[in-house]
Design a binder for this molecule. Structure first.
Ligand code: ADP
Length: 222
């Protein structure tokens, strides 16, 4: 599903955020990416989402070599990824329904299909009754679940999350990680960047550890 071969990323200014990182992720795997703040976790996710390009090395996602992906293919590539951010990135002036519908609208799903798909995603995260609300009136945990519904509404084979519970308390974090685990049990490949060691221990999945841009530990390779 994901293959990194000797990937390095040097930001303008000369900082090496990733150094010669290599690993494989099998289809259907769930794994954590951890490491101290500044270790390179977000950079790695930004390479997978094509927000940034590597300075050296090769990245394959679903057998596609990202380096060779023509620019016009990038939006199609991104549609096959679900991405969850720490700060959820919801549109404040749109309802829960409209926020979750966005990826469907962007990918040209016929309008009559949209309500069914949005509600199926909201049901998965337990928010079926809240579709008319604006994000601002919801709790942090609920807002994050809206972000997760938006990430899975297109039924992506790969779900990436960057510190998805960074702003949540322990109990809410459990429920969010349980949601990711549930998606994984339904066959979605899940990669979560987090420094929440409690969740990592609780779920007992493979762990990749970055330190100063180097992959210093891989608890089990695909
Ligand atoms: P993490 O997600 O593990 O906290 P990041 O990938 O965000 O780590 O950052 C890794 C390093 O790269 C940090 O030292 C950070 O300051 C640097 N960095 C991140 N983004 C940029 C950028 N756009 N330009 C320059 N340096 C950056």
């Amino acid at each position: 599903m994901i293959q990194l071969n000797n990937v390095s990323k040097r930001y303008p200014g000369g900082y090496d955020a990733l150094r010669e990182v290599s690993f494989n992720v099998a289809e259907g795997e769930m794994l954590f990416l951890t490491g101290h703040s500044g270790a390179g976790k977000s950079t790695l996710l930004r390479l997978l989402t094509l927000i940034e390009r590597p300075t050296r090395g090769q990245i394959l996602v679903q057998k596609k070599n990202l380096e060779r992906l023509p620019r016009r293919q990038v939006p199609y590539y991104r549609r096959e990824l679900g991405v969850v951010f720490q700060d959820n990135k919801l549109l404040a002036d749109r309802s829960v329904f409209d926020n979750v519908a966005l990826p469907l609208v962007a990918s040209g799903v016929p309008p009559r299909e949209i309500p069914k798909r949005v509600r199926a995603a909201l049901e998965l995260v337990g928010l079926l009754t809240k579709e008319k609300l604006l994000p601002a009136v919801m709790s942090g945990g609920e807002q994050q679940r809206v972000g997760i519904a938006r990430a899975v509404v297109n039924r992506p084979p790969l779900l990436l999350a960057d510190e998805p519970t960074g702003n949540l308390d322990m109990q809410l974090s459990d429920s969010i990680f349980d949601l990711f685990h549930g998606f994984n049990q339904h066959g979605i490949t899940v990669l979560i960047a987090t420094h929440d060691l409690r969740q990592i221990q609780r779920l007992g999945k493979r762990v990749l550890t970055l330190k100063d841009g180097e992959l210093v530990r891989d608890s089990g390779s695909a």
